[in-house]
Design a protein around this ligand. Structure first.
Ligand SMILES: [Zn+2]
Length: 216
């Protein structure tokens, strides 16, 4: 028995619990979406073809930071994207990738601002997500998607993948899930508002929020 082994078991339980909650709330349909946690130089990630609603904590995959399988089940074909994000963000310990309906819908809109795919409509979006850039479309599992994500992740912890969904890295798995949910809710608001003129937070309001976050 070693501390590392205990760590994998604990995060596997966390991943399965969060997956069930995400699936029960309809935040990623069918067998889409994947979750991971980093422990040292290893990544515990959901397996290929799995529904987040019925994950077995004993049947997750372990990969290295290059995305190569180490042990356990066969990793999700999107696991390489998780490894790329962890390489770009050394302090990240949890990643949530969802195909949540409204975020995917926004990711399909023509003429999206690629630097900021969703406006900062609310304080929570500004605090949990910040600026949300759009990653160009690549097929899921395409190594080019990992390259694009790794490059963008050096500046951003949350991204919208064109015609695909959201991906968020954070200090822990639950914080990543909070941000992914915030993206989904803000995408829903954006679609509800349609063509109505909107009033996103001003740069002064965003600056004040950033200061409060630093003090917290
Ligand atoms: Zn995906």
């Amino acid at each position: 028995m070693n501390a590392h082994g205990a760590g994998v078991g604990a995060v596997a339980e966390d991943i399965a619990r969060l997956g069930a909650s995400i699936f029960a709330r309809g935040l990623t349909p069918g067998r889409t979406g994947n979750l991971s946690c980093r422990i040292g130089d290893e990544i515990v990630v959901t397996p290929t073809g799995a529904s987040l609603g019925s994950l077995d904590p004993c049947q997750l995959a372990i990969i290295d930071l290059e995305g190569r399988p180490i042990s356990g089940a066969q990793p999700s074909k999107e696991a390489g994207m998780h490894a790329a994000l962890y390489r770009a963000r050394p302090t990240a310990r949890g990643i949530v990738h969802l195909h949540s309906t409204h975020a995917v819908a926004v990711s399909c809109l023509a003429d999206l601002d690629e630097r900021s795919a969703l406006p900062p409509l609310t304080a929570y979006f500004a605090m949990r997500v910040g600026r949300l850039p759009l990653v160009p479309y690549f097929a899921p599992g395409d190594p080019a998607l990992s390259v694009a994500v790794e490059e963008m992740a050096r500046e951003h912890h949350a991204m919208l993948l064109a015609n695909h969904g959201s991906v968020v890295a954070a200090d822990d798995l639950l914080s990543a899930a909070d941000a992914a949910e915030e993206i989904e809710e803000t995408a829903r608001l954006r679609l509800l508002l349609g063509d109505s003129p909107t009033r996103p937070l001003t740069s002064a309001q965003l600056g004040a929020l950033a200061q409060r976050k630093e003090r917290a």
